[in-house]
Design a binder for this molecule. Structure first.
Ligand code: NDP
Length: 287
C-alpha cells in the first residue's frame, strides 16, 4: 500500500500538490490555517486534521507549502515534538540561506524544494521540482514526488534547490525585461505588439544558443574565447537602445542598467573581449 503523506498549507499551490497526491492514490492528510480551504480536498478523499500537530502525526512524510518562511516557522514551531523523526519537505519559495536555516531548525530529515510550475501544471511533466538536502529522504520518497511531475535532485546542500529555482527565474525575468522593453518600444511607435511578437520570439530563441559560449567563458574566466562582437562595439551600440526609447518618449529604465556595466568593463581595458565579462563586475558586488 502507498505511504501516507501530510500537506500543510492549502493555498493555490498546496491544494494542487494535495490533489495530485490524492490522484496518485496516496492517503493524504491536509491542514490549513483557514480550514474552509480543506473542504474540496476532503471531498476528493483527503483527511482534514484540526491542528498542525495532528496533521504531522498522521504521516512520516510531511510536505509544507505556505506563503513564505515566516509562515512556515510560525506553523511548524507549534508542532516541534510531533515533527521529531519525520521527513520534512519544504516547498515554500525562499532564499538558499533561509532553506539552510530551516534544515537545522527541527529534528527532521530535511529536503527543500523549488517548484518550477504554476498550480494547474502540477501532476505531470513539464512541471518539475528541484530538491536538495537529505539524499536518503529524496531516494526513499522519489516515487511520491513523481505525483507532482518531474524530479531533479541537485545537492545535499539544502540551499541549492532555492539556488537553482532562483537561477532559472532570474533568466526568465531577464527575458521578460527584454520583451517588455521591446514591446513598449514598438507600440510607442504604433506597431501592434502582436504583429512584432513572432519576430521577437524567433530572434530571442536564436540568441539562446549564446548561453553555452558565455558559460564556457565564465567557467574559464577567459572572455577572449570566440569573440564575434566585442563588448567595446556592443557598449557603443547599446547607447542607441536608450536613445531610441527616449526619442519615442518612453522610459528606458528597464533595460538601461546594462549600459553602464558594459562601459565599466570597456573602461577597465576589456573592450576587445566578450560581453560575458560583465559577470566579473557583478561578482565583485556593489561598489
Ligand atoms: P497562496 O497565497 O495561494 O497561499 C498561501 C498559503 O499560505 C495559504 O495556505 C495561507 O493560509 C498560508 N499562510 C500565509 N501566511 C500564513 C501564516 N502566517 N500562518 C499560516 N499560514 C499562512 O500561495 P500559493 O499556494 O500560490 O504559494 C505557496 C508557495 O508556493 C509560495 O511560497 C509560492 O512562492 C510557491 N510557489 C507558487 C507558485 C504559483 O504559481 N502559485 C509557483 C511556484 C512556487 P490561509 O489559506 O489561511 O490564508
Amino acid at each position: 500500500s502507498k505511504p501516507a503523506v501530510t500537506v500543510l498549507g492549502l493555498g493555490d499551490m498546496g491544494s494542487a500538490l494535495a490533489r495530485a497526491l490524492l490522484k496518485a492514490g496516496y492517503p493524504t492528510t491536509v491542514w490549513n490555517r483557514t480550514p474552509e480551504k480543506a473542504k474540496p480536498l476532503v471531498e476528493a478523499g483527503a483527511t482534514h486534521a484540526p491542528t498542525v500537530a495532528d496533521a504531522v502525526t498522521a504521516s512520516r512524510l510531511v510536505i509544507v507549502c505556505l506563503l513564505d518562511y515566516k509562515s512556515v516557522t510560525d506553523v511548524l514551531d507549534t508542532a516541534r515534538d510531533a515533527l521529531t523523526g519525520k521527513v520534512l519537505v519544504n516547498l515554500t519559495n525562499g532564499t538558499p540561506g533561509q532553506a539552510r536555516e530551516l534544515a537545522t531548525r527541527y529534528d527532521v530529515d530535511y529536503l527543500d524544494g523549488g517548484i518550477m510550475a504554476i498550480p494547474p501544471m502540477i501532476g505531470a511533466p513539464p512541471a518539475f521540482v528541484f530538491y536538495s538536502g537529505s539524499r536518503s529522504a529524496f531516494d526513499t520518497n522519489k516515487q511520491v514526488f513523481e505525483a507532482f511531475g518531474g524530479t531533479n535532485y541537485v545537492s545535499t546542500d539544502a540551499g541549492f534547490a532555492a539556488l537553482y529555482d532562483i537561477g532559472l527565474l532570474s533568466g526568465m525575468y531577464g527575458m521578460f525585461v527584454g520583451a517588455l522593453h521591446a514591446l513598449s518600444l514598438v507600440t510607442s511607435a504604433g506597431v501592434p505588439a502582436q504583429e512584432f511578437a513572432p519576430l521577437l520570439k524567433q530572434y530571442v530563441s536564436a540568441m539562446l544558443g549564446s548561453i553555452d559560449g558565455m558559460a564556457e567563458q565564465i567557467d574559464k574566466q577567459d572572455y577572449a574565447i570566440d569573440v564575434v562582437s566585442n563588448i567595446g562595439m556592443q557598449s557603443e551600440a547599446y547607447v542607441n537602445l536608450t536613445l531610441s526609447a527616449e526619442e519615442l518618449g518612453m522610459s528606458p529604465e528597464l533595460l538601461a542598467p546594462l549600459g553602464p556595466l558594459m562601459a565599466r568593463r570597456v573602461a577597465d581595458g576589456h573592450g576587445h573581449e566578450d560581453i560575458a565579462g560583465v559577470v566579473e563586475i557583478l561578482k565583485k558586488g556593489k561598489k
